[in-house]
Design a protein around this ligand. Sequence first.
Ligand code: 3UK
Length: 546
Amino acid sequence: MTETAHLDTFARDNLPPQAALPEFIFEGPQLQLPPRLNVAAELLDRWLEQGQGERIALIGERDGQPFSWTYSELHARACRIARVLVERMGLVTGNRVLLRGANTPMYAACWLGVMKAGGIAVGSMPLLRERELKAIIDKAQITHALCDARIADALHAVRAECPQLRAPLLFNGDEAAGSLEAEMAAQPAHFQSVDTAADDTALIAFTSGTTGVPKGTMHFHRDVIAACRCWPVHVLRATAADRFFGSPPLAFTFGLGGLLMFPLSVGASVVLVERTSPEALLPTIERHRVSVCFTAPTSYRMIALALPQMSPQPDLSSLRKCVSAGEALPAATRLLWKQATGIEIIDGIGSTELFHIFISADEAHSRPGATGVPVPGYRACILDDEGRALPPGQVGRLAVKGPTGCKYLADERQAVYVHQGWNLTGDAYLVDADGYYVYQARTDDMIITGGYNIAGPEIESVLLQHPAVAECGVVGIPDEARGQIAKAFVVLKPGFKGDDALVKTLQDFCKQTIAAYKYPRAVEFRDTLPRTETGKLQRFRLRQGG
Ligand code: 3UK
């Protein structure tokens, strides 16, 4: 390890012990990184030094009116925020700064300001309530907070119980005295980015874990830069002329990479607006001539189903790349999107622990039903329960290593994610004869029925091909005779009636397409399915019947 630039050594003190870390590999000239590195210097300051400051960096909307900031303007704001943090809020390097807000240019400026000042950014999902917020503040020992004024309630409510947390500054509000913007106006617009070590922690991202205490994943400055040089360079291949947009929150590493780090790394522009529901995506793509879109599979499906009925048809001629991650992309959804827009989706599996996508395929190499192949820079294999590599065609645990990897903040569960140098993502996969990785299910979501293993998503991908099905989720529920049976929760398209006859039709449809033992023995119709803020189906809630 190089000498830390952090005066506050909390992050370094709470890294997993050396023996519990995954193996890191840095293959190829792109991944030979210098010992001192600052994300903001690399992704922001560099463009000004190269005379590119007048390019558009961020586009936002306020009261329905679009506005944009150039790289110079974004830089000036990040510098002022860094100054406010250091001079007005007493930040020392290595302090943790909570960031709260939906996707807006100010949130992005705050994130970059924290990097410049050598702080550690801790994003938090906007919808978190008091209890969840307090768990994060306690776990990461957060000292500072910058919060969107419109969602400050939960933070205010927990402040009294968080002794180390200083008074937060609020942004995107009325900009009155005491707001972050008012404080910024009183500071000069230059701030030399702190000369952080490549292995100083830049951010702590909390997993959207469904049970227990949330896990904080630590990422160094070098992790972010390494991620920018793997998937974006080899698979996405965007250019400075691209305009990015999508739904994942910047508090989620899928969004932080896809909608901030990756576009800045190529000098492109990003649209950061708050409304990112499926209905809101198309108008924004049209209005801002978006060329690269990031969202979850369910969002692509809902848009593709709605598109043919729209009149007039939206102008999507600017769109050229569509990225899907967060959960498996069913073949039926890939096909629907292609039919609706002509675009082949770029699927990729990533995780909070590895920062971003590590298995993927570009639009020319995609295969329906498969995620793709390891992204250059990463290696992957399939292991059995004893940690032995499995041959092609056999289902086992997905294991990955590369320049990034799991580093939980003071957490015993490090030993669950990392085994013998490999990151175990918790996914059951197989590799086909051509080396493509095919998702099966989360390892703890495999359904075991009458001695057979069934992956819920396989049944889902069949049901999604039926004309009556809008959305569905298949989970195992307890059954006296078989241990478990597969139960399908189905949302129907408008005009279809969920009756016994349709249950039978759907079951027969499954039996015709996949092995008969896999058909869902129970089918229930629902108006909606439970999903997380990032579009993931909450299977545990379906299993609980809720
Ligand atoms: C699942 C996928 C099949 C898989 C993420 C891109 O989702 C992200 O991070 P999380 O920590 O969840 C990780 C888990 O989600 N998953 C994600 N993408 C796919 N399963 N196909 C996919 N394409 O179970 C994985 O282990 O919330 C995704 C970039 C950054 C991210 N943090």
